[in-house]
Design a protein around this ligand. Structure first.
Ligand code: ADP
Ligand code: MG
Length: 214
């Protein structure tokens, strides 16, 4: 499957092509049709199979193609288990947003809190971060998620292993818009705690498992 076979905004298709992305990987071919339709999903596949684009493409596409539900709140929130992973996702997102008017901010634990408050006041459309610090900004009322349109959990199983279940629940509760779409990615799908999180966060999700990973 080629990205040009999918209902992706022309500007994003052009950027993908410029970066050398034309053919969808297996997980992308399975996940993108649902993600692009606004459906919830949970997916697993092995490391290196291209999960990042499987959620960044629907997220950027939605922001490019539709009007924001809220003028101030971020439209897309992407959570990753570690600072390093969040930073990698952020850099890939930034590269795909080149040439658009959209802003992304990276919110990591261990960094200056007030600098992050200032960055959030510039009303970025995209926030990427680690769950603990994002939850701190909710508690501090420096971040509001009522208008959030897309919640993405990358490596959800690792976030649970690291003890972020309560922060994830706090974030889910704050992102209360009825039109919210949610996508979860995980190395495994058969884990009791993950199952609980899935039923709390996702609405009638499509389940996608590629290879032996799930
Ligand atoms: P995962 O999260 O599943 O471990 P990543 O999203 O980090 O995988 O992608 C792994 C590598 O594959 C990255 O270097 C990425 O740029 C590359 N990649 C992803 N999708 C494609 C694609 N459709 N065509 C070519 N390379 C791709
Ligand atoms: Mg990944």
């Amino acid at each position: 499957m080629l990205f040009t076979d999918l209902p992706i905004d022309q500007r994003l298709l052009h950027t993908l092509e410029q970066k050398g992305f034309s053919q969808a990987t297996d997980i992308q071919a399975q996940a993108l049709p649902h993600g692009l339709l606004g459906k919830d999903l949970i997916a697993s596949s092995k490391t290196g199979s291209g999960k990042t684009l499987a959620y960044l493409i629907p997220a950027i596409n939605r922001v490019l193609k539709t009007k924001a539900l809220s003028k101030k709140d971020p439209r897309v929130l992407i959570l990753a288990p570690t600072r390093e992973l969040a930073k990698q996702v952020y850099l890939q997102l930034r590269a795909l947003l080149e040439g658009t008017q959209n802003k992304a901010v990276l919110i990591l634990g261990g960094e200056n809190f007030n600098d992050q408050v200032k960055a959030l006041r510039r009303y970025p459309q995209f926030v990427v971060g680690t769950a603990g610090r994002i939850a701190d900004h909710l508690t501090d009322k420096s971040l509001f998620l009522e208008g959030l349109e897309m919640l993405i959990l990358d490596e959800a199983d690792r976030m649970l292993d690291l003890g972020f279940a309560s922060q994830l629940k706090q974030i889910d509760a704050a992102a209360s818009h009825r039109k919210r779409q949610s996508m979860m990615f995980s190395a495994t799908l058969d884990n009791a705690e993950l199952h609980y999180l899935t039923s709390a966060l996702l609405k009638d999700p499509r389940r996608i498992s590629i290879g032996s990973a799930g």
